[in-house]
Design a protein around this ligand. Structure first.
Ligand SMILES: Cc1cc2nc3c(=O)[nH]c(=O)nc-3n(C[C@H](O)[C@H](O)[C@H](O)COP(=O)(O)OP(=O)(O)OC[C@H]3O[C@@H](n4cnc5c(N)ncnc54)[C@H](O)[C@@H]3O)c2cc1C
Length: 451
């Protein structure tokens, strides 16, 4: 089984390129590359502000990370660098269901990080100081208090809990945001890869898509795991490495909690269909690519700082990356058209570990069958924090990437920030926090938490 059934398929993708119906606009104010949650949110907020915007997606809206994630809209555990943007993003999530007029599965049932023993609980509770500094209600739940929010809570030593944290259905949220953007006037094209950009006098002037060229004063590259390749072809270095996650959803099962819970062995989220989205709490795979060696020094702090849930592998991905050109002609098929949707295989051994962990968790979900399993390729920056940035030397070019396994929750906030940056009115602290130049100007690389 693959993740295909959960993700908006071509047949239901209202934005798929159709030569008879779709005409590219000659010019827009802002062109966006990538129909994930960040690109779609940017298009939504720009269009609502009256900016003319076109969004281009090479495959399907939310076909990659934004449709394959766990669906956690989480403030808990975030680095203080991104927590303010995440708290803003949560406010945007709260407004989205009524703004979009759709049930995107957004509910606020809280996040639990569960501890197996006192030492783990003490380590988890260190983060509560960050929450306090930002005025976020997060608290420690002792073993006996856990039962109020988690069935079978007595097998844990305790937890930290953020009741306002939310969740949403990845298969619904981003397509709904894209539809909202289109209703507000954005032009949204899926099945339409951007091959490159044109510049004039050091400033962007157009995107070159496989269907034609569209003039634009601002271009946003929100291309997820493809950003390094796209930007590399423009001589812009965006340090980013891929990390594979394995996910499953269960059939409907007894309600254990109303939100999501993480432990080192397993992470579960209650779904609106009554099942659970489940994943291993601490096992992801970085399959080495040539760029792994190039960026090794930049990623060492992240590896040292307890990101030990990451396994390294070596295989086909290395040779595929080696065979991918770093430059291409703009009038010929580009790598983005050769792989419309990045659809990695889930890892069978991780699925077995997940099943074993579910069996230990609670009899109510021990046997709940996995009705769908899938792989999702995250993209991590060296400090595991977003890159939302102008690019030196290319006026009007913005990059929004590096969301490092937690960009779904922050996606609307990131999209709003991109819209403000495109309009020149963004918060200076946020612009400084997420600038690309931090990886190249000798600033110390201080990684945020992995989960
Ligand atoms: C298994 C897994 C679990 C996760 N769990 C969570 C979670 O619970 N909570 C959370 O907050 N985050 C989570 N994340 C992370 C989150 O999903 C991502 O950070 C977020 O979706 C990134 O959104 P994006 O828009 O930047 O990228 P994407 O969703 O990857 O979208 C980028 C899009 O750009 C398109 N594209 C690329 N190049 C081109 C081109 N040249 N032309 C046109 N289109 C192009 C791609 O096809 C793609 O659709 C998880 C990720 C994974 C994989």
């Amino acid at each position: 089984m693959s993740g295909e059934a959960q993700i908006v398929g071509t047949a239901t993708d209202a934005f798929a390129w159709d030569a008879t119906a779709n005409r590219l606009p000659a010019a827009v104010d802002v062109a966006i590359i990538g129909g994930g949650i960040v690109g779609c949110s940017a298009a939504f907020y720009l269009a609502r502000d009256g900016v003319s915007v076109a969004l281009f997606e090479k495959g399907r809206i939310a076909g990659e990370q934004s449709g394959r994630n766990w669906g956690w809209v989480r403030q808990q555990g975030r680095s203080p660098v991104e927590l303010p943007l995440m708290m803003q993003s949560l406010r945007l999530w709260q407004a989205l269901p009524s703004e979009l007029g759709e049930d995107i599965g957004f509910r606020q049932g809280g996040t639990l990080y569960l501890a197996e023993d006192a030492a783990q609980l003490e380590s988890l509770s260190e983060w509560l100081a960050v929450a306090r500094q930002h005025g976020l209600e997060s608290r420690l739940l002792a073993e006996r208090e856990l039962d109020a929010v988690l069935a079978g809570g007595d097998r844990w030593a305790g937890a930290i809990f953020t009741p306002s944290d939310g969740r949403a259905e990845p298969g619904r949220a981003t397509p709904a945001i894209a539809r909202g953007a289109a209703r507000a006037g954005a032009r949204v094209f899926s099945g339409t890869a951007v091959r490159g950009i044109e510049t004039a006098a050091g400033h962007v002037s157009a995107v070159v898509t496989e269907q034609g060229t569209v003039s634009a004063q601002t271009i946003v590259c929100a291309a997820g795991a493809w950003t390094r390749l796209f930007c590399g072809s423009l001589d812009v270095d965006v340090p980013q490495l891929p990390v594979l996650g394995t996910v499953a959803r269960t059939a409907p099962a007894v309600q254990l909690l109303d939100g999501q819970a993480w432990s080192p062995a397993i992470a579960i989220r209650r779904r609106v269909d009554g099942g659970y989205t489940v994943a291993h709490g601490g096992s992801s795979l970085h399959s080495l690519v040539p760029a792994s060696f190039r960026y090794a020094v930049k990623y060492l702090p992240a590896l040292r700082q307890g990101h030990d849930s990451l396994r390294l592998g070596f295989g086909r991905d290395f040779f595929r990356a080696l065979a991918t050109p770093s430059r291409w002609a703009l009038d010929a098929v580009s790598p983005f058209e050769r792989e419309r949707v990045l659809d990695p295989q889930p890892e069978a051994r991780v699925l077995r570990q997940m099943r074993a962990a579910l069996c230990r968790w609670h009899p109510g979900i021990a046997e709940a069958p996995f009705v769908e399993v899938w792989g999702g390729m995250m993209e991590a920056s060296p400090d595991v924090l977003p890159i939302i940035s102008a690019v030196e030397g290319i006026g009007g070019f913005l990059v929004a990437t590096g969301f490092s396994g937690h960009g779904f929750g922050i996606g609307p906030g990131a999209g709003r920030l991109v819209a403000e940056m495109a309009g020149g009115g963004a918060d200076a602290a946020a612009v400084a926090a997420f600038r690309l130049g931090r990886f190249f100007d000798g600033s110390p690389i201080r990684p945020g938490p992995a989960i």
